[in-house]
Design a protein around this ligand. Sequence first.
Ligand SMILES: *[C@@H]1O[C@H](CO)[C@@H](O)[C@H](O)[C@H]1NC(C)=O
Length: 298
Amino acid sequence: MYFKKSISPSFLPLLLLMLVAGSEAGGIAIYWGQNGNEGTLADTCATGNYQHVILAFLSSFGNGQKPMLNLAGHCDPYSNGCTKLSSEIKSCQAKGIKVLLSIGGGAGGYSLVSTADARQLAVYLWNNFLGGKSSSRPLGEAILDGIDFDIETGNSQHWDELAKFIYGYSKRGKKVYLTAAPQCPFPDASVGGALKTGLFDYVWVQFYNNPPCQYTSGDVASLEDSWKTWTSSIPATKIYLGLPAAPDAAGSGFIPVADLTSAVLPAIKGSTKYGGVMLWSKYYDDQTNYSSNIKNHV
Ligand SMILES: *[C@@H]1O[C@H](CO)[C@@H](O)[C@H](O)[C@H]1NC(C)=O
């Protein structure tokens, strides 16, 4: 890069500052959907704290099951009660926020048993949540920005095929984002193979509930080692530091704001793959204001 002589030298420091800030600035991704007392989707987007909102979860699918959404107390998908979210999804997107659907979750109740099963789920997701058509779209006509894999069953089969099938739909116009929330032990037992495809845009690694690779008070080494493994091994566009937004949000791995900003973020932000912080979840973020307290540091 060079600067033409016509650029005033007094503008250079500002320009350099902007470039530096631009290369390091991260975003915050938040999971929403598993607690009816966490505010609406529209409220969530209106905070201005998040660049990605991940709807949790499509919790049943595969092996012959009818795919079913579970958004806890927010709405009842069985009586088609979640279509009201369509206008909220569009208002989030109008603010530049990407809204994704997470498939899976910690409760189980899902699996992929064959290549045909993976293909069938991809077709279902396209027709019911993405750019396709169906008479029974659970979230109405809004077109989501992509699909998040939060697969915690420990079965690694066919998720790579699902990723390839979903990725194929990007050729039909609007890009379909692929994201994933693996656990920090590397490689992930469920989506480790899928992540190797290189098709994922954002990977929010769960650095919690996993003591060998998470932060423990005053000791950033385990997390930093794990971060280096993830960022050097996974061909995703960006890697995020996935964290609980409150001590109660996970069994272990909560990082106090002061520790995050003074020790943890400085250890990982130098990576070109650094994308920001993912939080579980909006409900817990409301309890602590974690996102508000960290957003100027991510
Ligand atoms: C979070 O922010 C809200 C609004 O500013 C405030 O009322 C609340 O006390 C804060 N909660 C915590 C735990 O800091």
